[in-house]
Each structure stands twice: as C-alpha cells, then as structure tokens.
Design a protein around this ligand. Structure first.
Ligand SMILES: [Fe+2]
Length: 218
C-alpha cells in the first residue's frame, strides 16, 4: 500500500460549494447525536459518485466501495476503517465553523484486527454509540492490534501540538502524515492506517467527505 499523499487544490471553490449544497439540500441525510451530527451516504448515490470520480479522475465511480459526507462536532478518536487490503481512502474537507486550523493525523501503524475505534476512558458514555461502522475498544492501543507498535508513549511534543484525547490512548503510535484540512485539498491514504481528528475546538462543526475506493488495476 502506498503512503499518504496530498492532492493540493484538487477541487475548486465551486466544486466544494457544490458538495456542501448537495449535502445541505439532501433529504437522505441521517441525523444522530454522537460524533457525527449528520451524514449522507454516497454508496448508492450515483450522482455524487460519478461527480467525484469525474473531478478527481484517477478512479472510476464503479471503484467506489463506500463513502459519505459528514457533519461532526467532536474530534473523532484514533481508528482504522479498512475492510480489506488494497483500498485507498480519500479525505475531502469541505467547510468548518471556526477559524483555527484543523488537521487529520495519519499514523504509520496499520490494523491487524479490522475496522476498530479506540475510545479513551474520559469519553462520555453516550458517545459509545459512535461505533457506527467500527468495533469499539477501550484504549490504549495494544501491540497485537496494530503492526509496528513501538511499545513507547506518543512523542509528547507531537501530542501537544496536534492531538487532544488523553495521551495514553496513542501508546505505540508514530505519526506518518499530518493533513491540514484545507477545503479543496484532498488526502489519499490507507484506510488500514490508524488515524484520528487533530485538535478541534469544542461545540463547533465541520463538514467533510470520505470516499473509499477499491484498488486500482495495475
Ligand atoms: Fe476514518
């Protein structure tokens, strides 16, 4: 699997606005009261699948395995999304309600145990429902769960600059990429890699899109 890469200015402002408008006007948005305040599944939405494949050009709509546009108001915990080897995942930031920069952190460690979210002990109980797609595990991340676990604590300077959950949960991790979520830029990464939202102000919203694509033919 390739390492992460960032496609600068892959989408124009008009493109980003089209996705935001499509999301806001859709009657298929699903609401809940957990990490994702609402989302719109694109797995069966041929309009959006064809549109994004046409814009980004390096995959076809048929290769889209799953995806959604999401609105969230809390930093998502470290997790892996991969369901099988050879997939790529896109992170497409769209809009946020705050001025501070927003980052997504990708770690070098990849899952051994399938989709999983690690929750720290301080997380509100009601948010356990965030499982949505993933199995839940109460942190810290354990050596048998990921490849290349370091048996060391997360670098404390990196933690202070980029992360916000309790530091213990990141045990054994080393950062691979910090993606500054600028609308228009697109991150391509391995969904088997552990990743999480960077520091995020409380009670604010951000909008983004996730697309998972099956491996491209060689
Ligand atoms: Fe994810």
């Amino acid at each position: 699997m390739t390492k992460s890469r960032i496609m600068k200015s892959a989408l124009s402002t008009d493109d980003v606005n089209w996705l935001i408008k499509t999301f806001n006007e859709s009657e298929d948005r699903i609401y809940n009261e957990t990490s994702y305040t609402s989302w719109l599944d694109i797995e069966h939405n041929d309009l959006i699948k064809n549109w994004i494949a046409d814009k980004l050009e390096f995959f076809s709509a048929e290769q889209i395995n799953t995806g959604f546009i999401y609105e969230m108001n809390t930093a998502y915990m470290p997790h892996c999304d991969g369901t099988k080897d050879g997939q790529l995942q896109l992170n497409i930031p769209l809009e946020r309600s705050y001025e501070e920069k927003q980052e997504l952190v990708i770690f070098e460690q990849t899952t051994k145990v399938g989709p999983i979210t690690w929750i720290d002990a301080y997380y509100p109980k009601r948010d356990e429902k965030t499982s949505g797609l993933n199995n839940l595990f109460y942190g810290p991340i354990l050596p048998y769960q990921v490849n290349n676990h370091t048996l060391q604590h997360i670098d404390i300077d990196f933690y202070r600059n980029h992360l916000m959950r309790s530091p213990e949960i990141y045990w054994g991790l080393t950062p691979e990429t910090v993606f500054e979520q600028i609308p228009g830029d697109v991150l391509v990464f391995d969904p088997n890699a552990v990743h999480c939202t960077g520091s995020m102000p409380k009670n604010q919203n951000k909008l983004g899109m996730v697309v998972r694509i099956d491996e491209l033919p060689q």
